[in-house]
Structures are given as C-alpha cells and as structure tokens.
Design a protein around this ligand. Structure first.
Ligand code: PGA
Length: 356
C-alpha cells in the first residue's frame, strides 16, 4: 500500500467541505488534481471513500473509518513539525556537554544563567578528565567540550574563552609563605601530589617542570582536585591546580600560593568540538554564550580565541605560558562584549560579533 500525506490531506479537506471545488480552493490545487489524489487513495485502499448522490457527496462507511486515522496521522506530522520548529527556536532541545574535572568549579554557574535564558533546554553535563574528553571528541559523542588545551591530533574547532592560571598550592603555614620571589629550583626539594594519568592539569604540570629543567618528586597520585586540596592542607605535599579550583580555600586562608618565580602557569579554558560539526541551535547558542560572556560573568579576563579557523595570529609570548606549536598561543586581551540577542528573525543564531 502506498498512501501519501498529500492524499490524506486532500481527503481530509474534501471530507470537511464535502465539496471537491472548495477543497481545491483551500489546497490551492485544481479540482481535477484533488479528484486524482482521492482516486489514487481509494485505489490504494481498495475502497470507495465518497459516494455521490445527485450533486452532493457523502462519506462512505470506509470513508468515516479512514477519516479517523487520517486525522491522527496528520496531527502526528504537525506535532513533529512543531517539535522541530521549537528546537530551531531554542525553546527546546538538548545540550550535551562534557567538561574537564577542574572545569566543574565554574561550569554550573554558567549553565544556570544559560538555563534562565532557555528554560526549555535539557542539559546533559558529563564531568571527566582530559583523556576521556579527547576520546569523546574523537568519537563525536558530545556537542562540545570544555578543557584546558585543544588536543593536537584531532581536527577540531576551538576558542579560548577565559584565563586558566594554574597556581602552586601549599599549606598556609608552609615556610615558603614568608618568602618572596622564590627560585623555581627550590621546588626540587618538595614533594608534589599529582592528579591521575590522563589529567590535563597533570600534563601541564609535567610539561612546565620539563621546560624549566626541574626534577619533580611526586608523592601520592590523587584523582580528585578536592582530595589533593585536603592532602596539601594535611601537609602531604604541594600541588599545582587551576585557580578556579582553589578560590574558596585561598579566600578562607586554608591554603596559600607561595610566591615562586614563573608561577602561575598561564593557560586558558577552551570550548571545542569536531571540525565541521553541525551544531544544533542550542549548542551554537551555548558556544556563543561562552565565548562572549563567560569571562565577564565569572569576572575574569576574557581571551581571544587562540586556535581554530578564524583565530587571529599570536602576538607576543605571555610570561610563564606553556606553548605547544599551534596551540595555546599567547592571546590578546579583548574588551568584554555586552550581551546581545543570540537569534536573528529567522530563528538562526547570530555569529559572534567580530572583536577589535
Ligand atoms: P583535568 O583537565 O581536569 O583533566 O586536569 C583540566 C584541563 O584540561 O586543563
């Protein structure tokens, strides 16, 4: 059986008006075209749907039966269209986002503001370490990822949206806290608590020590920033982690950041996805929101995107920054942009305004 939506539409319209002429007017078709649709439908169903009595037409018994189903089918199609329209209009839709373990300290605040703007959006947030984020990017299983540095071996589009300084943390009564401009070499006498293999923070830390020719002594391997903070407080060693992760402890005086030369290690937070990925309107809106507003919401220095197709060339090396060819290039500061409407009259997201 080959029944088309067009035939059902013609049938429903004729059955409502009980007139081929008026149905044709409503459907913007000729009367023979409407008659043809009905004939084809009757032939597919093997039953007459209308009977003619004089100049009038009536639904047959089969016609009444088919009318019920035709209505339901067309209603379902309408619902489907509406569902898709609302997705396009940012009223509904799912945002699937994965963030580095360390980014969970600020991601919820950003998501709560995004939620306020688009309350119908359903967010799936996965918090995991760098290694597993890279495999999610590779397999294209999430809309986008937030982490500390774009991977080098996958084709991705990325943009830096704010600073991510990694600070040295020590117990608040550590002797270093009474000194200024401590030489990096002296860290060779300290024990460092490190995150698990696969952590972006750990990779950055190892790279930093290697670049400066410092032999790092590692103590416990701990797979959680929270546990590292507690362990440092307990005197088990020093740590290096994103300032985003230790803000509270520093404010409360539970931990200190000794004044060691070359610190902080300057990095950035990036939003990224597979190159050429077709982002849903919700995902595009979230990406724009991060690039344009995250830094000002979190009261941080905004950053120019530092990697990807539309990114500006690097200017001058930032002090103490870790640079990898093609990635983490030092970036220019840019003024915070005011909030702006994210969708145009056609419902499509407006791309970020060009920065000065
Ligand atoms: P991590 O990642 O939580 O895996 O250490 C942070 C980062 O990507 O810099």
């Amino acid at each position: 059986m080959h029944v088309t939506l067009r035939q059902l539409e013609a049938f429903i319209t004729v059955s409502r008006h009980l007139s081929f002429t008026r149905a044709a007017e409503e459907l913007n078709l000729t009367q023979p075209a409407v008659s043809m649709q009905i004939k084809q439908l009757e032939s597919q169903l093997g039953q007459a749907l209308f009977e003619h009595m004089g100049k009038k037409i009536y639904l047959t018994e089969a016609g009444h039966e088919v009318r019920q189903y035709a209505r339901s089918i067309l209603q379902l199609v309408d619902n489907m269209k509406a569902g898709l329209d609302s997705l396009t209009g940012l009223e509904r839709g799912t945002l699937s986002i994965s963030v580095a373990t360390t980014a969970h300290y600020f991601a919820p605040k950003l998501l709560s503001i995004f939620y306020e703007r688009y309350p119908g959006v359903n967010v799936k947030l996965d918090v995991t370490n760098r290694e597993s984020l890279v495999s999610q990017l590779e397999n294209n299983t999430v809309d986008m990822v937030i982490m500390g540095r774009p991977p080098e071996d996958i084709d991705i589009e990325s943009g830096a949206f704010m600073e991510n300084p990694l600070v040295l943390i020590a117990p608040s009564d550590h002797p270093f806290t009474r000194e200024r401009s401590i030489q990096l070499k002296r860290l060779e006498n300290e024990v460092f608590l490190v995150r698990e293999e696969g952590s972006g923070t750990r990779k950055a830390m190892e790279l930093f020590f290697a670049q400066h020719g410092i032999a790092m002594t590692t103590g416990m391997e701990v797979s959680s920033d929270e546990a590292i903070k507690r362990s440092v407080q307990a005197g088990l060693g020093l740590g290096i982690m994103s300032r985003d992760a230790v803000q509270n402890e520093l404010q409360l005086g539970l931990l200190s950041t000794p004044d060691v030369l070359h610190f902080p290690i300057m990095r950035h937070w990036y939003v990224m996805h597979r190159k050429g990925k077709r982002l849903s309107p919700v995902a595009q809106a979230f990406k724009t929101f991060l690039l344009e507003e995250a830094a000002s919401i979190l009261k941080k220095e905004p950053k120019m995107p530092a990697h990807g197709p539309s990114l500006p060339p690097a200017q001058h090396p930032a002090p103490n920054s870790i640079t990898t060819p093609g990635h983490d290039e030092p970036v220019k500061y840019a003024p915070v942009k005011p909030k702006y409407v994210l969708t145009g009259p056609d419902g499509n997201p407006i791309p970020p305004a060009p920065r000065k």
